[in-house]
Design a protein around this ligand. Structure first.
Ligand code: G3I
Length: 322
């Protein structure tokens, strides 16, 4: 039957997945499924700073280049992930800041160079960039990251300006988790986006990651949340959707999971601004969840043997109807 990407095409939506480059290299079924089911890809890890600049001034673009080339060969767009984050920073950078050998002025130059170099390298080949990732706390205050401590809050607008200068056509996104519905954290993003756009800062999109867990319930006011960013003239996207559960699985849990995937997809299909829906992995064979949340998992639409779970069917039906 038709694949997710065939239905998504008709619904005028990009359906994406995070790609684990080790799995892409060594697992034929994985590789075939990425090409068959998705028309958008995001590097799960290989475009992050620690991957692309493991030693200061020494870049390793191999895996990121491979993904961009693979995407092009399969008619897929690429979401770039991610330029500024507090996590997965290179050791030389965190150590240099910690021991005082890299001060704020130098750090700002290093950040500017990182953004410029990476965005320019893939200019014209990345449709959307997650420029800043996870900059707010749950209560809506700015996260106390290395970036905030060293550079102050203006690092956010600087990052967008630098990325825009490096690739004026790429759509530049804010991105975070627990911001699917209306809550203090998503409201902080809304207020930030509103202010930055009023000041002419090139912020084009709002990405809700969509890492849900069935035991916490479905977020409230998802449609309203997308609508308020749309009213600012922004794009929206679900960028990292998965729905974990406490193991073992049973058919009730899998049905709830399927309904959560479907409800996020429907929210996206219902918003003109939402043109991209990405899952953070499509098979339970490769998923970050069990390694981080002990006793939880089964968070993706396919099981460890690539069997289609209820969630896969729910996505396909949603796309077919959308
Ligand atoms: O690089 C080493 C490698 O050399 C070693 O062989 C391997 C052995 O475990 O570990 C490798 O590093 C791991 C890396 O993934 C690459 O596989 C790290 O330990 C591991 O912590 C890292 O996890 C990633 C996580 O981000 C880090 O924060 C996950 O794969 C990735 O799915 C996850 O993705 C994030 C998004 O970027 C942002 N939003 C949340 C999402 C889930 O946490």
């Amino acid at each position: 039957g038709p694949t997710l990407r065939q239905f998504a095409d008709r619904a005028d939506l990009r359906i994406g997945t995070a790609v684990d480059m080790a799995a892409l290299a060594e697992d034929r079924t994985y590789r075939r499924t990425v090409g068959r089911e998705f028309d958008s890809v995001t590097a799960e890890n290989v475009m992050k700073w620690e991957s692309v600049e493991p030693r200061r001034g020494v870049h390793d673009w191999k895996a990121a280049d491979d993904l961009v080339r693979h995407a092009r060969a399969h008619g897929q767009v690429v979401r770039g992930h991610t330029l500024v984050w507090h996590s997965q920073l290179p050791g030389w950078l965190t150590a240099g800041v910690a021991d005082g050998s890299i001060g704020p002025a130098e750090l700002r130059g290093i950040l500017r160079k990182h953004i410029t170099t990476e965005v320019k390298r893939y200019k014209g080949r990345i449709q959307q960039w997650d420029v800043v990732n996870e900059v707010f706390e749950e209560d809506g205050s700015l996260r106390n990251s290395l970036w905030l401590r060293e550079l102050g809050p203006s690092y956010i607008e600087d990052a967008f300006r630098w990325a825009h200068a490096a690739d004026p056509k790429a759509k530049l996104f804010l991105n975070d988790y627990n911001v699917e519905g209306v809550n203090p954290k998503s409201t902080a993003y809304y207020e930030l986006a509103k202010r930055l756009r009023a000041e002419g800062v090139p912020v084009h999109g709002f990405g809700a990651q969509g890492h849900l867990a069935i035991q916490y319930g479905f977020p409230g006011q998802v449609a309203e949340n997308l609508a308020r960013f749309e009213a600012l003239g922004m794009r929206t996207a679900f960028t990292e959707v998965d729905v974990r559960m406490i193991l073992p699985t049973d058919s009730d849990k899998l049905a709830t999971q399927a309904s959560y995937f479907r409800r996020l997809l429907d929210a996206c299909l219902g918003a003109r601004s939402c043109t991209s829906f990405t899952v953070w992995g499509f098979t339970d064979r490769y998923s970050w969840v069990p390694g981080v949340f002990a006793g939880q998992g089964a968070a993706t639409p396919m099981d460890e043997e690539y069997g289609r779970k209820a969630a896969y069917g729910a996505l396909r039906e949603g796309l077919a109807e959308g």
